[in-house]
Ligand binder design. Structure first.
Ligand SMILES: Cc1ncc(COP(=O)(O)O)c(C=O)c1O
Length: 488
């Protein structure tokens, strides 16, 4: 039966933790790395100048420009950053979930400096040491035969190119993607996205059809167990393919574990079931690991948790912890062959930029040498999971705890019985006040939280220490008391 797991590693995944399940321990392969802490030096005048120039000239992403108040940041080290007033924050958001090795890792900084001295840049048509080595190290870690790497500048353009490859490989136009997903801000990627960030740019003509992926806590399938959720989600997907016309579908794209949309760890068997459907109908299976990849889940790639190999895998963020912008697509043998004799019609001036690739080489080597992936797995199972479950018991605003590795979500609710979210879907302004108050309380306590809609995610650097985690979880505990005030 597809929707039941026989893989013991899946027992390490935690879903529906509020219902009392426990994650199994993962044995540490090496101790958590320690990072030097720097003492912030206050300099409010410099901070005011930085802020003034920002407000005058920087146009910020996803924002009404007059309604934002960006914090001026003076520096960062390891799991912390600080402002110009000397206030230090423990970063439970890893920037935008990308500083998997923390800030300013000295070996990666040195590698970038060394590459800058040797060869700052070189055009993509040439074979360059840093580029070749980054591709080799990535291909060595990606599952199955994903052995060719096309480098991009970030995650959205990786998704754009994966979809282009799938369409050219199959000769078909359509892409199926999930509601409750994020795939990037460029035109095709945002149309594939299944959250409100798509709406303003939805052309309605992008060749994208959305479907529902599994999410037992808010099941679209009236399911009561993970097995039901899995089986019904697969049936829904197959019906969607049938009614769209299988011969029109080029690709199914999924985040292996949806990130910003809520860290919904798929039930055992779901991704294997999608793989089967793709094989049955000749559809390219794309896994988007821009957020979940490079250690975040306690594996190099989240696909490893499910023993699934896609045809294309997109990555960015953790590949070099965002020290220099880099993303890419890992490509299967069959799709690479399509472009063996026929040119691939796509490229970027900075594809495989030497500085970004040198940062990736150093990052991957540091992660391997310091056991960063193992640290994420071990502390996720032994500290974050159990402590978040304990928080859920104390705080009535916590509806569900779910996650794995350094990739966890707390779903905050007004009412645990009805599961009514603490704030409505896509709430803004006054309607979002309870989540804003929760975030403000966390920041006042020195913790920078990741907040999206009615959720807070615990997504610190994968290098974080146990002591740092406990410090952050204590602040989270206090901030949840603010959320509790809005429970019915
Ligand atoms: C799963 C996923 N795909 C794609 C992207 C887009 O990446 P970028 O912002 O680097 O373009 C993101 C960004 O958060 C993401 O989480």
């Amino acid at each position: 039966m597809r929707c039941q797991s026989t893989d013991p590693r899946l027992d390490n995944l935690s879903r529906n933790a509020a219902d009392g399940r426990q994650a199994a321990d993962v044995t540490a392969l090496s101790p958590a790395p320690t990072l030097t802490r720097m003492t912030p030096q206050p300099n409010p005048e410099a901070g005011a100048a930085v802020k003034a120039a920002d407000r005058d000239h920087v146009f910020h992403s996803w924002s009404a420009q007059d309604l934002i108040d960006p914090l001026a940041v003076a520096g960062a080290q390891g799991s912390y950053f600080w402002d110009y007033d000397g206030r230090r924050y423990l970063d439970f958001s890893s920037g935008l979930v990308y500083t998997n090795i923390g800030y300013q890792h000295p070996e990666v900084v040195a590698a970038i400096q060394e590459q800058a001295a040797r060869m700052t840049t070189f055009a993509p048509a040439f074979a360059i040491e840093a580029r070749s080595e980054a591709a080799r190290l990535i291909a060595e870690r990606t599952p199955g035969d994903l052995d060719k790497i096309f480098f991009t500048n970030g995650g959205a353009d990786a998704v754009e190119h994966a979809i282009r490859m799938a369409r050219l490989h199959t000769g078909r136009p359509k892409v199926l993607s999930a509601y409750r997903s994020y795939h990037g801000g460029t035109q095709q990627a945002v149309n594939i996205t299944g959250d409100p960030r798509r709406w303003a740019s939805d052309s309605g003509t992008a060749g994208v059809v959305h479907f529902w992926a599994p999410y037992l806590y808010r099941s679209r399938f009236y399911a009561e167990t993970e097995e039901q959720e899995c089986a019904r989600a697969l049936e829904h997907l197959e019906t969607t393919i049938a009614f769209e016309g299988p011969s029109t579908v080029a690709a199914i794209i999924l985040e292996t574990i949806p990130g910003t949309a809520g860290i919904m760890v798929p039930p055992p068997g779901y991704l294997a079931g999608v793989r089967e459907l793709c094989d049955k109908y000749g559809i390219v299976f794309v896994l988007d690991e821009v957020m979940a990849g490079f250690g975040r889940t306690g594996e190099w790639f989240a696909a490893d948790l499910f023993d699934v190999t896609p045809d294309l895998l997109t990555f960015a963020k953790g590949v070099n912890s965002g020290y220099v912008p880099l993303g890419g697509v890992a490509i299967s043998g069959a799709i690479a062959e399509t472009f063996g004799k026929r040119p691939y019609p796509g490229g970027l001036t900075y594809s495989g930029h030497p500085l970004a690739c040198a940062a990736a080489v150093a990052t991957i080597n540091v992660m391997a040498a310091e056991g960063v992936v193992e640290n994420a797995a071990r502390l996720g199972a032994s500290v974050v999971g159990p402590e978040l479950r304990a928080l859920a018991e104390r705080h009535p605003s916590v509806g569900e705890v779910r996650g794995v590795g350094m990739f966890w979500a707390l779903e905050l609710v007004r009412n645990r019985e009805t599961r009514e979210p603490l704030v409505p879907y896509n709430a803004a302004g006054e309607a979002n006040a309870p989540m804003a108050a929760f975030a403000a309380a966390a920041k006042a306590g020195g913790l920078w939280p990741f907040v999206n809609m009615n959720r807070t995610h615990v997504v610190p650097p994968c290098t974080i220490s146990e002591a740092e985690l406990k410090e952050g979880l204590a602040v989270l505990d206090a901030a949840l008391s603010v959320a509790d005030e809005h429970v019915e």
